[in-house]
Design a binder for this molecule. Structure first.
Ligand code: ACO
Ligand code: LMR
Length: 274
């Protein structure tokens, strides 16, 4: 009989061998003819299934709201400096993307992990936040450099409004809001940020859509798919910042001396002291 040689690669999301490429079994022509959007394509290539319209719309809203946040944030700053150093589009883009992480834009997965664990274990917001404090871990999805209790992040409000109207359940988001109420009682900058809003709402999307088993939800949260939303979204803005700097023919960036605190460092018993 036939002997099947072992393959070097296994792939389960797309196939370009036929007349037309398919995403998770859906041919390109159907994607175009049926008016699929970017949210549908993400559903097929990331989650390997078609999701209901309210889910794909939510994904698209996340992408649109996180596409940019001005020139001063970590990612855009890096991209601008890199573009002004004369580097190409890809270099400028990845220089910005490399700042995405636990403090900036890349806290979505951890927010989902910690909120899910705390909610599923029935921890009160007080128990959750204080247990994190004891472990010396900042609550992912909480806190912002400029947003405050009296100057909320509009993106968070828009995501919450959409979910309230369209999601069958927003239990994880409501839990995140209770956590925020508690953290705000401690300090005014400890708001639910856009990473925390997306992390908690995506848990609601996964659990409420009826499209994912419990095991699949654990896998998605465990692997960490959700930072991908910020990476994808912010690439749009970072590409824009690169073009902007090139268009404006901006010169090499050099940070002003006046904005640096030059201070003498002394080595004191093996420790660096100012
Ligand atoms: N959980 C608990 N306490 C916190 C948190 C948090 N998430 N954030 C700040 N604090 C408290 C801490 O007591 C901190 O003091 P410490 O430095 O002794 O730990 C104090 O507030 C002041 O913190 P700052 O460092 O001044 O806050 P900063 O404005 O620099 O940090 C940041 C903002 C990085 C977003 C921070 O709140 C944080 O790490 N949050 C968790 C990660 C996160 O969600 N990042 C995504 C932000 S949204 C985005 O990037 C699109
Ligand atoms: C962003 O989306 O880039 C911001 O929330 C981060 C910031 O520092 O404002």
């Amino acid at each position: 009989g036939k002997v099947r040689a072992p393959t070097h690669i296994i792939s389960t999301i797309s196939d370009d061998r036929g007349e037309e490429p398919c995403y998770a079994g859906v041919p390109m022509s159907s994607i175009v003819e049926q008016g699929y959007g970017v949210g549908d394509v993400i559903s097929l290539l990331w989650f390997k299934r078609s999701l209901p319209r309210y889910c794909t719309h939510f994904i698209e809203i996340c992408i649109m709201l996180c596409a940019d946040h001005g020139p001063c944030v970590s990612g855009a700053h890096n991209t601008i400096v890199t573009a002004r150093a004369g580097k190409d589009l890809v270099s400028s883009l990845v220089s910005g993307l490399l700042t995405i992480g636990p403090r900036f834009g890349g806290a979505i997965d951890d927010a989902a992990r910690y909120f899910k664990d705390a909610y599923d274990r029935g921890l009160t917001p007080y128990e959750f936040v204080e247990s994190m404090k004891k472990k010396g871990i900042r609550v992912p999805g909480i806190g912002h450099r400029i947003k405050r209790g009296d100057n909320r992040d509009k993106r968070v409000e828009l995501l919450q409004q959409f979910a309230h109207t369209h999601f069958p359940s927003v239990k994880y988001m409501e839990y995140a809001v209770q956590v925020e109420t508690y953290t705000l009682s401690k300090a005014n900058n400890l708001v639910l940020n856009v990473d925390g809003a997306i992390g908690s709402l995506f848990l609601d999307l996964l659990a409420g859509s009826g499209m994912f088993s419990k095991q699949e939800i654990d896998e998605i949260v465990g692997i960490g798919y959700l930072n991908g939303l910020f990476v994808l979204a912010r690439s749009i803005g970072l590409i824009g910042h690169t073009f902007d700097q090139k268009r404006l023919k901006q010169p090499l960036y050099r940070h002003p001396w006046e904005d640096v605190l030059y201070t003498k460092l002394v080595l004191c018993r093996g420790q660096v002291k100012r």
